[in-house]
Design a protein around this ligand. Structure first.
Ligand SMILES: [Zn+2]
Length: 81
């Protein structure tokens, strides 16, 4: 027997898209670094915003009906906003 076929090294590396927390931050209204301008820009560009507490997400709905994130509020008071 001649001509041994070599298996082609066809390995695809699949990198899953980074997942943002989509659950617990939805229950709170966070203070976004950059304020309303940052939120507006994020909705236009699709880039995530960062909250004072470190949450990173893409705002998709009006957060005003949620209670304010206690972590954000504490940081905000500390910084004297
Ligand atoms: Zn927060």
């Amino acid at each position: 027997m001649e001509g041994m076929s070599t298996p082609s090294g066809d390995t695809k590396t699949q990198t899953p898209a980074p997942r943002l927390d989509q659950d617990d931050h939805e229950r709170f209204a966070h203070y976004v670094i950059g304020g309303g301008e940052a939120i507006t820009r994020s909705m236009v560009t699709g880039e995530p915003v960062t909250a004072l507490c470190g949450k990173i997400w893409v705002p998709s709905r009006d957060p005003e009906r949620f209670p304010v994130c206690p972590t954000c509020e504490g940081i905000k008071k500390e910084q004297g906003w």
